[in-house]
Design a protein. Structure first.
Length: 307
């Protein structure tokens, strides 16, 4: 984890405020009951200036999370796009992680958030690769968690709701306490779901696969990017469930996520994965990086320039 260094501004309820002024009351409803939905987005220094990657898709997922939770957002998709762009410009930091969040605010207590005001903020900070630069290069060590991914019948994983991350935090803390870099959670049927903040991909006999949305995962924007890039690179791809032991027998495994990027997994529970080289992962890392930095004319529409 990395300490946050304050930048200048945060967008809060429709306007840019000074960083220290972006505060909420301790009786903020969402703080008590986890009724908050959020996003994680990155901006990069691209060829033609600072650009936010797949902003449209992230805002769309934000609106879908709100819909699942019956949350009425007081801002439109267009207003949220402008908020993100204004924020990156106001802070003058091109390489950043953006965190839009909407939550039930101060006003009432009790489980039903219907009458609480909904507050919306977008913050940003400088954040390197979530699983480390070295992890992205050399691969990380993962463990299969004893915690099961929250089931769609109790907490819908396709909504990026703060409450889901209590499940993720249990898995992450367990992994860290046992000396691993990251956890892999199985779903309630015992099949591989995802990491606490990443999707999982497997390569076996040159075929790339990832669990389908029905396995109880967040439909990652990076996951979607990887799938499109794999198809363009001529890599055979399947959306298919796989078991815990199929993790161990993979030729390559990697995590994908906005925070983690594409990070190879070099070991799962003490078993080295493949031969320690990651040819498919490396190709996808390269293609992904080209997209983020505006070197892929074909995917220029994935970039929203902030200038
Ligand atoms: C639980 C979970 N799965 C997967 C992902 C990857 O999603 P994305 O690629 O959109 O960042 C994230 C990150 O947002 C996540 O929190």
């Amino acid at each position: 984890m990395v300490a946050i260094h304050p930048l200048k501004k945060i967008w809060l309820d429709g306007r840019l405020v000074e960083w220290p002024a972006a505060k909420v009351h301790v009786l903020t409803h969402g703080l008590h009951y986890g009724y908050a939905i959020f996003e994680g987005i990155r901006s990069h220094r691209a060829l033609n200036g600072p650009a936010i990657f797949r902003l449209r898709e992230h805002v769309e997922r934000f609106l879908n999370s709100a819909k699942i939770y019956r949350m009425k957002l007081p801002f439109s998709s267009e207003e949220l796009h402008v908020a993100c762009k204004d924020l990156v410009r106001a802070n003058g930091v091109p390489e950043a992680y953006l965190r839009p969040i909407a939550f039930s605010g101060y006003g009432e207590m009790g489980l039903d958030p219907t009458n609480c005001p909904i507050q919306v903020a977008v913050a940003m900070w400088e954040w390197g690769a979530y699983l480390g630069k070295e992890g992205q290069e050399k691969g990380v060590r993962a463990t299969v968690s004893s915690w099961v991914r929250n089931d769609a019948r109790s907490l819908p994983p396709q909504a990026k709701c703060a409450a889901n991350y209590a499940n993720g935090a249990l898995a992450k803390m367990e992994a860290s306490a046992s000396g691993y870099d990251e956890a892999i959670l199985l779903n309630s049927s015992g099949m591989v779901a995802e990491g606490p903040g990443e999707n999982v991909f497997r390569v076996r006999d040159k075929v790339l696969s990832t669990p389908p949305a029905s396995s109880g995962i967040l439909r990652g924007v990076t996951r979607d990017t990887v799938i499109q890039l794999a198809q363009e690179e001529g890599i055979e791809f399947r959306r298919v469930d796989f078991t815990r032991e199929e993790l161990f027998t993979a030729d390559e495994l990697f995590f994908s996520g906005t925070a983690a990027g594409i990070t190879p997994i070099r070991e799962v529970d003490g078993r080295p994965i493949g031969e320690g080289s990651y040819p498919v992962t490396r190709r996808l890392q390269g293609a992904y990086d080209d997209c983020l930095r505006g070197r892929s004319p074909r995917h220029e529409d994935w970039l929203t320039y902030v200038a």
